[in-house]
Design a protein around this ligand. Structure first.
Ligand SMILES: [Zn+2]
Ligand SMILES: [Zn+2]
Length: 304
C-alpha cells in the first residue's frame, strides 16, 4: 500500500471533493451479505451455525427491502443525520413477528419456541429492545430477549437501509469527520480499506444499521480522534485480511478489513466470522468501539 494514499489529519480539507465522502448501500446489500455468510460458514468457522442463520435472515431482509412499508424517520431536531424509530414502531414490530414466524419454521424444535413466543410480547417490550439496540448494545436480559434481538436488529436494518437509499441524494454536504454514520447516526461495525478505484487505499467505516460507508482517515483512531499509539493485531489462523486497530490512548479497538487481500469481504459477515479476534482483545483489556447489531461479543467502549 502506497503511503501517498493514506491521508494524514489536516489533509482531508484539501482532499475533499476529490474523494467520495460516503457510499450509499447497494440495492443487493443483503444478498451479498447472505452469500458471504454462507461462504464463511462453509469454511468451518466457529460461528458456522449462526452464520447460516444470519444468511437466512439476510435473504428475508432482501425481500423486505423491496416490499417493506417500514421506513425510518429523520429526527426533526437534528435534520437528516439521525433517524428515530418511534413513528414506525408498529410497522417494525409487525416485521419482527413476520421474520420470527418464517425463521421458526427453519429451526430445530428445541429453538422454535424462542420465536414462537414473540406474539405474546407487548409493544413496550419491543420498544425497550429497539432503544437498546439503537444505543449500541444488546438488551441486558437473558432468554427470549437476547434470542430475538437479532430479529429486531434485522428489522431496523431494513428500515434504515431503505430510508438512506431514498434520501441520500438530498442529504446536505458533511463538513466534519464522524465516529458515527453521517447518513443515519448508526455506529460502525468495522472499517474497510478499499482495493481499487478512486478511493483505493482509503478507509471507509461501515454502518451496522444502514450499510453505508463513510470516509475516515486511516492515521487516527476513529473513536477518540487521537493519532498516537495506533497498532494492529491479528489472530494466527483466523481470516488474515481482518485486523484489530488498537488505540493506546482510549484503549479501544475497531476491526479493519483489507479488500485487496479478500475482495469478497462483507463487513458485517466478516465481523461475525472473526469473533476470536474480539475475544483476544477482551483478554487484553481493550473495549470495542462501534457495534454489530446482530451480535455483541462483549463490553463496548462508551461514546466520546
Ligand atoms: Zn447508517
Ligand atoms: Zn482512541
Amino acid at each position: 500500500m502506497s503511503r501517498s494514499n493514506i491521508l494524514q489529519p489536516g489533509e482531508l480539507e484539501e482532499a475533499r471533493g476529490a474523494i467520495a465522502e460516503w457510499h450509499v448501500p447497494a440495492v443487493d446489500l443483503f444478498l451479498r451479505r447472505e452469500k458471504r455468510c454462507r461462504q464463511l460458514a462453509r469454511q468451518g468457522n466457529m460461528l458456522a451455525a449462526y452464520l447460516h442463520f444470519v444468511a437466512r435472515l439476510c435473504a428475508l431482509q432482501h425481500e423486505e427491502l423491496q416490499d417493506s412499508i417500514a421506513v425510518a424517520r429523520c429526527d426533526e431536531a437534528t435534520g437528516q443525520r439521525s433517524f428515530v424509530a418511534s413513528p414506525v414502531l408498529p410497522q417494525l414490530w409487525t416485521l419482527v413477528r413476520r421474520l420470527g414466524t418464517t425463521l421458526a419454521d427453519t429451526l430445530p424444535s428445541a429453538q422454535r419456541h424462542l420465536f414462537g413466543a414473540l406474539p405474546e410480547r407487548a409493544e413496550p417490550w419491543f420498544t425497550e429492545q429497539v432503544d437498546a439496540l439503537l444505543a449500541g448494545h444488546l438488551p441486558a436480559a437473558a432468554g427470549v430477549v437476547v434470542a430475538t434481538a437479532p430479529l429486531t436488529a434485522a428489522a431496523l436494518q431494513v428500515a434504515w437501509t431503505r430510508q438512506v437509499r431514498l434520501c441520500a441524494q438530498t442529504l446536505p454536504p458533511r463538513h466534519e469527520e464522524s465516529a458515527v454514520c453521517p447518513l443515519c447516526g448508526g455506529q460502525p461495525v468495522a472499517g474497510v480499506i478499499v482495493a481499487a478505484g478512486p478511493s483505493k487505499g482509503l478507509r471507509y467505516l461501515h454502518c451496522g444499521l444502514c450499510g453505508s460507508g463513510w470516509h475516515v482517515v486511516r492515521s487516527k483512531c476513529s473513536h477518540c480522534g487521537g493519532s498516537q499509539g495506533l497498532s494492529y493485531c491479528t489472530v494466527q489462523g483466523l481470516l488474515e485480511h481482518v485486523r484489530a486497530e488498537l488505540c493506546l490512548t482510549c484503549r479501544s479497538y475497531i476491526k479493519v478489513m483489507y479488500q485487496e487481500q479478500e475482495p469478497e469481504l462483507e463487513p458485517l459477515a466478516d465481523d461475525l466470522a472473526t469473533l476470536a479476534l474480539d475475544l483476544r482483545m477482551a483478554e487484553d483489556g481493550y473495549l470495542r468501539s462501534g457495534t454489530n447489531p446482530l451480535f455483541s461479543p462483549g463490553p463496548a467502549s462508551s461514546p466520546v
